[in-house]
Design a protein around this ligand. Structure first.
Ligand code: PLP
Length: 345
């Protein structure tokens, strides 16, 4: 997607656009992709309510800006409310908008990235649409573009003219394409699974996914606040995920997000992502998804409530967790450098 933005500006003879704007809260893959495509990354701060700093954005827009990369809802778990305004300003300065589709679960069937003003996007098919993220499987990301970026799509791309048969476009048919990328058909297992998932849900079902994902996240957020946890953005509604911070526990007892996550393992619960986004200290990023039942969510709340009581009353218990697994607290640096998968039992 970033390579297509580069090709678009180059095709117009607009060679001075060297900068890519990216929010401070962004996933590391965004600045990494921009850097790989030869852009200089400019980090835009997020305000305390999670939205982008518009004044900073305005200061940095100009004829040297290629575009902006955003996730919406953002990695802070909130919907960027001024997206239309951001799109107008970036387009006004001649830049393009790149949509990172990682958080698509929140908006499925509700709003199209194109309607928000995005020119190009990718779908993180290895984490949405049925493939569990972190499962160790291969990455796969379809890209989608607005009409003006179509000539730059990578190859091989399938074309059908009228009612004719499908065929793979050649380099001659797509002379401005950014060219071939990676394996010919991509990671086909991930792609097929996503396809089957979408076909099975249909248009109506896809809307249900975002409805339940958002409902589950907001229910969980309120329940966890009720049992004493602090939301990172208490004034904001959750998207399909939300962020808690346990810096209050850290101040009171030294207990950290890592200790809470390790203790969850003792209850047979897969711990949520911790310490991401890096902007929020001692954070847990909780994404229940559309598939968890109310009973499962309630059990999670009960366990989290118990863990909070333990943190206050007997912090040692958390600091040494997990207690009920074959492997206790690992020295993670040592485990990464001297991997030994056989000796644990
Ligand atoms: C997960 C994620 C990505 C992609 O990261 P991978 O390591 O490829 O899974 C990109 N952006 C955001 C916001 C994400 O959450």
């Amino acid at each position: 997607g970033v390579a297509m933005i580069r090709a678009y500006h180059a095709a117009r003879g607009d060679h001075g656009r060297r900068k890519m704007l990216i929010p401070a809260a962004a996933h590391g893959t965004n600045p990494a992709s921009a850097q790989m495509a030869g852009f200089a990354v400019v980090e835009i701060p997020n305000l305390v309510d999670g939205d982008l700093d518009m004044a900073f954005l305005d200061q940095h827009l100009g004829p040297d800006v290629a575009g902006i990369m955003l996730t919406n809802p953002s990695t802070l778990g909130v919907f960027e409310r001024r997206i239309a305004d951001i799109a107008a300003r970036v387009h006004g300065a001649g830049g393009l908008l790149y949509y990172d589709g990682a958080n698509l679960n929140a908006i499925l069937g509700r709003v199209q990235p194109g309607q928000m003003g995005f020119d190009v996007m990718h779908l993180n098919l290895h984490k949405t649409f049925a493939t569990p993220h972190g499962g160790g499987g291969p990455g796969a990301g379809a890209v989608a573009v607005q009409e003006h970026l179509r000539p730059f799509l990578p190859l091989p791309t399938v074309l059908r003219e009228g009612e004719g048969a499908l065929h793979w476009m050649t380099e001659q048919e797509a002379p401005r394409s950014i060219g071939r990328l990676s394996a010919y058909g991509g990671n086909i297992g991930v792609l097929l699974r996503a396809h089957a998932y979408l076909r099975r849900l249909g248009r109506v079902g896809v809307g249900r996914v975002s409805a339940y994902a958002a409902l589950n996240a907001n229910y969980l957020l309120k329940e966890l606040q009720r049992v004493g946890y602090q939301a990172a953005f208490p004034e904001r509604r959750a998207s399909h995920e939300f962020i808690l911070t346990v810096s209050d526990l850290q101040k009171a007892t030294g207990i950290r997000a890592l200790d809470v996550a390790k203790r969850l393992l003792d209850f047979g619960i897969h711990a949520p992502t911790i310490y991401f986004p890096q902007l929020v200290p001692e954070c847990l990023l909780i994404e229940p998804t559309e598939t968890e039942s109310k009973a499962t969510l309630d059990r999670f709340v009960a366990v989290m409530a118990q863990i909070r009581q333990e943190a206050l009353a007997q912090p040692e218990l958390l600091r040494e967790a997990p207690h009920h697994l074959p492997v206790g607290r690992l020295d993670e640096a040592l485990a990464a450098r001297h991997l030994d998968v056989a000796a644990a039992q």
